[in-house]
Design a protein around this ligand. Structure first.
Ligand code: 2BA
Length: 109
């Protein structure tokens, strides 16, 4: 069994949740925050049998889109505010960031 941890954009979260339920895949959704953009995103925790992992990857791939996001960087520490001009920069966010871990034991009581 594997633990799949998928970090996705909030906009893709309802579609991914729907597609997982439709495929009979069990998942837990957590509200999370990206460390770089400080924007909300959604983390899915999915316990999947080994033979289901590729199917789940496909569902995640098909449910999530990559998007451009424009951010204005925060002022660098110690800089003179009057000389700091924050230029917006564009970053490419997601599809999905996926971690797959081995599960030593799975139990439900
Ligand atoms: P954030 O940390 O808010 O990052 C949003 C996007 O900003 C990233 O998209 C990437 O394009 C850019 N970015 C992040 N850190 C950067 C840096 N140090 N310099 C320049 N650009 C940077 P994604 O790579 O698609 O990541 C989307 C979200 O997935 C991240 O939101 C974070 O919540 C999570 N994530 C990505 N890689 C991770 C990792 N190695 N470990 C844990 N979480 C990760």
């Amino acid at each position: 069994m594997k633990m799949m941890i998928a970090i996705v954009q909030d906009k893709d979260s309802p579609r991914l949740a729907h597609n997982l339920v439709k495929a009979g895949v069990r998942a837990t959704k957590l509200a999370s925050t990206g460390g770089f953009l400080h924007a909300g995103n959604t983390t899915f925790i999915i316990g999947a049998e080994n033979e289901k992992v590729e199917d789940v990857k496909e569902i995640i791939r098909n449910s999530c889109r990559s998007r451009e996001q424009v951010v204005t960087p925060m002022s660098p520490m110690g800089s003179q505010l009057e000389s700091y001009i924050p230029y917006p920069v564009s970053v490419q966010v997601g599809g999905a960031t996926l971690f797959i871990l081995d599960i030593e034991e799975f139990a439900q009581f």
